[in-house]
Design a protein around this ligand. Structure first.
Ligand SMILES: [Mg+2]
Length: 330
């Protein structure tokens, strides 16, 4: 049995551990990961020739964790609400700090475009109307911790608010709603299959929000990966997920891929994150989303203690304070 506090902390720890597992493989092809790293079974440093992460030691997190914590702090300061203009300024400040540190891990395409627009005077509520990539889903876990899931439209309202400035589109809100709902259900103490069923309902609610854009249906794809994962072995299912769902930074690829990793390893979120890190493509974000959901369902003890302590130490993360403050908003 886990406590609600453990599950809230587990969501943040799972997010960070998954992100760190995927850090050295992010953006690489599945074939290249297999030939240079092999199966990912532990935290690894970035390869010296990695285009974004070169030089980062094992356990380093990336933009997924950093922006999720930025959103967490904004929620805590705002008593559960996100001011979109302030969010844009914080994201711009974050990117400036990353640049000063010499990092190449900067804002993603949707967030960059939206933040730039806000800084140029576009009203925040108009800046995110074309953002469809997975930046909203990758950083949404704190909304799931801070918001109960018994009123699903109200939860999706909070998700929509957090998406507004950069990802105010049907597909991005659907993906973020799925992740937030699954995290919220996990924090509530629900088992994985209940959390995932709620995620599908949340995606169907979320896709009704924001500016409609064409794209595969996130909820339908999650339902499909569940069915496919239940029928097959990981050895045959994973290549099929890679080929037919995809692992790019498109929300409708990476979010269902994260749910597929959980479906293949329902009792072991660490294994789900390791599998995600070897997929190729947006591995850090897929592993971060799977880790956040799996951590919320199973608590921090589901991850190896040495990996957790490495990730907390390497990045000097204070996750306990955030977990407590987010739970207080719930
Ligand atoms: Mg990242």
């Amino acid at each position: 049995m886990t406590t609600r506090r453990e599950r809230a902390l587990g969501a943040l720890i799972g997010l960070a551990v998954g992100d760190a597992l995927g850090m050295p493989t992010q953006g690489l092809s599945r074939e290249r990961i297999r030939s240079t790293v092999g199966p990912v079974t532990r935290l690894l440093p970035a390869p010296p020739d990695h285009p974004i992460a070169a030089g980062l030691p094992a356990g380093s997190v990336t933009d997924d964790t950093e922006q999720a914590l930025l959103l967490a702090d904004l929620l805590i300061e705002g008593a559960g609400r996100v001011d979109p203009g302030r969010f844009a300024v914080r994201l711009a400040d974050w990117e400036d700090r990353m640049r000063e540190r010499g990092s190449l891990d900067l804002l993603g395409p949707s967030t960059r475009k939206a933040v730039q627009a806000v800084l140029e005077g576009v009203p925040p509520e108009l800046a995110g109307t074309t953002g469809t990539t997975n930046g909203a889903a990758m950083r949404i876990a704190p909304v799931g911790i801070a918001t109960a899931c018994d009123d699903l439209p109200a939860l999706v309202d909070r998700v929509e608010e957090a998406c507004l400035v950069s990802h105010a589109t049907s597909v991005a809100i659907a993906g973020a709603a799925a992740v937030a709902a699954a995290v919220s259900a996990g924090v509530e103490g629900q088992p994985l299959h209940v959390a995932v069923a709620l995620a599908i309902r949340a995606a169907r609610e979320g896709v009704q929000r924001g500016t409609w854009v064409a794209g595969a249906d996130v909820g339908a794809r999650i339902a499909w990966v569940l069915e496919r994962s239940a029928r097959g072995e990981p050895g045959s299912t994973v290549p099929e997920i890679v080929a037919l769902v995809g692992t790019s930074l498109a929300t409708q690829e990476s979010v269902p891929a994260a749910f597929a990793m959980l479906a293949l390893h329902p009792d072991d979120p660490w294994a789900a994150c390791c599998e995600a890190a070897g997929l190729g493509g947006d591995t850090d974000t897929i592993a971060a989303m799977a880790g956040a959901i799996g951590g919320a369902v199973h608590g921090p003890a589901a991850f190896p203690a040495d990996a957790v302590s490495t990730v907390l130490a390497v990045n000097a993360l204070d996750l306990e304070r955030r977990a407590d403050a987010l739970l207080a908003l719930r």
